[in-house]
Design a binder for this molecule. Structure first.
Ligand code: MN
Ligand code: MN
Length: 464
């Protein structure tokens, strides 16, 4: 039951469309290296496509009708797009949901110190990372600083060609005899992930003990009007510097930071833009934050902003009732769009080949994720998978099944189990990734293209 490689079916015209999707996706990755930036870019694309602000409709009590396109930005970090359908909300929505946070190195709240003429920022890593992968490479700083007067200062340092970059040093191989004997999880420690920020003393500094840190603070004051105390209310993320690139001599792949899970987020946004003027069922694109740390917090999927937004929509369609809200959620159908482990021939022993996903063979469906005895898994219904198979085949979408490596080896979660709490149909669906959670991950352009086709087909045909 080997699934065919998607590249084999493409004619010249489709190859151009695959390349166009890849080009636009790379631009999305370059514009969005944090959850905030990804959310802002999603809103920009939605507005360009005629979406208006649901918050304004709520404030004005404006009626919402079939064909209306509405966006909702939650705390700057989570996004919902709604394209209202012919059927009442009570009959359920077709939902595609992804996450827009990615593993990274966060700067601590009291970060700056000086040690032997180098000024550093202390950090706390975010998400599951192999810490040794994040040293000895160029990092950029992205984020915001919230000042006491309410202003928000946006920071992006390290992306323009003439910007400086920062980074974390590693020990030279010549002196690494002891380090090389350590377990990979201990080669670099969490507290050791400190970012070098400056290396030159301020000559007219009042602070004789820490003149290099004084230089750093002077630059922050002059360039961004920031005081050291302002870092107490800052969110600065260190991420790999540079743009997403074509990968492989045949340019069939993309190397970039944050494919997990921005490739699914981008495929979702693009699929939303391909919908008919008035879809049969209301279609919803969900972009959630904090999946990498357990979907917690006010912007994670476990918060109730999605349910609240559907309740608001019901009110604006004249159907406000707790029972109808429950029906709308329970009758919904969802693709939890998240990346999956791609089979890596260099690490073949981590996979069971018959059930692994392969680069280039199309969008993947994970019936279950979880760990070991399916712990924490969603395990979608067979009936639902049967309906999806028909839709995928009707639309000539290349698709494959996937699992997250060998049964006993590890595992992972997505947002599927959270939406399943409403009793809706949901299955994991995504793009196979190599080097997942590394600073730069790899996907196939064909799989991106097939994900877009799959999500568009799902939105149009599911529920009929
Ligand atoms: Mn993910
Ligand atoms: Mn992940």
């Amino acid at each position: 039951m080997e699934r065919p490689n998607a590249w084999k079916k493409y004619d010249e015209q489709t190859l151009l469309a695959v390349e166009e999707a890849a080009k636009n996706y790379k631009a999305y990755l370059d514009a969005g290296k944090t959850e905030r930036e990804c959310a802002a870019e999603a809103i920009r694309l939605a507005k360009e496509a005629g979406y208006t602000d649901l918050k304004e409709a709520i404030a004005a009590g404006r009626e919402v009708k079939p064909g209306d396109k509405l966006y909702y930005l939650h705390m700057g970090k989570a996004v919902m797009l709604f394209h209202m359908g012919k059927q009442p909300l009570e009959n359920g929505l077709n939902i595609i949901g992804a996450h827009i946070d990615s593993p990274r190195i966060d700067v601590k709240q009291n970060p700056f110190y000086e040690d032997n003429d180098i000024a550093y920022a202390d950090t706390h890593y975010y998400g599951g990372v192999k810490k040794y992968q994040w040293v000895a490479r160029a990092l950029a700083l992205h984020g915001v600083v919230a000042k006491k007067d309410g202003t928000l200062v946006n920071i992006v340092i390290g992306e323009d060609d003439d910007d400086p970059v920062v980074g974390i040093s590693d020990l030279l191989i010549h002196l690494s005899q002891e380090q090389m004997q350590k377990k990979a999880s201990e080669v670099i420690t969490g507290e050791g992930l400190d970012i070098m920020l400056a290396g030159r003393p301020l000559t007219d500094s009042d602070d004789e003990k820490e003149p290099v840190k004084a230089m750093l603070l002077k630059i922050l004051k002059e360039k961004y009007d920031l005081d050291e105390e302002d870092m107490l209310s800052a969110e600065i993320e260190a991420v790999p510097a540079g743009k997403a690139r074509d990968y492989g001599l045949d340019r069939s792949m993309i190397l970039g930071y944050g494919h997990d899970d921005r490739v699914c987020a981008y495929a979702e946004i693009t699929a939303m833009m391909k919908l008919p003027a008035v879809p049969e069922y209301t279609c919803c694109c969900l972009l959630a934050d904090k999946e990498e740390i357990g979907s917690v917090g006010a912007t994670g999927m476990r918060a109730h902003y999605f349910e609240n937004a559907v309740a608001e929509l019901l009110a604006l369609t004249g159907k406000e009732s707790d029972l109808i809200l429950r029906r709308a959620l329970a009758n919904s159908r969802m693709l939890s769009c998240d990346v999956s482990a791609g089979f890596d021939p260099l690490f073949a022993s981590a996979f069971e080949k018959k059930n692994a996903a392969f680069l280039g063979r199309g969008v993947c469906y994970n019936k279950f994720t979880g760990s070991r005895g399916k712990s924490g898994s969603n395990d979608a219904n067979a009936e639902y998978l049967g309906r999806l198979r028909k839709i995928m085949d009707d639309h000539n979408v290349s698709w494959q099944t996937a699992e997250l490596g060998k049964v006993d080896l590890g595992g992972g979660g997505t947002i599927a189990y959270i939406c399943a709490l409403y009793g809706m149909e949901v299955v994991d669906s995504g793009v196979a990734v190599l080097s997942m959670h590394a600073p730069e991950e790899i996907i196939s352009k064909a799989d991106l293209y097939e994900a877009i086709q799959a999500y568009a087909a799902f939105m149009v045909d599911m529920g009929k």
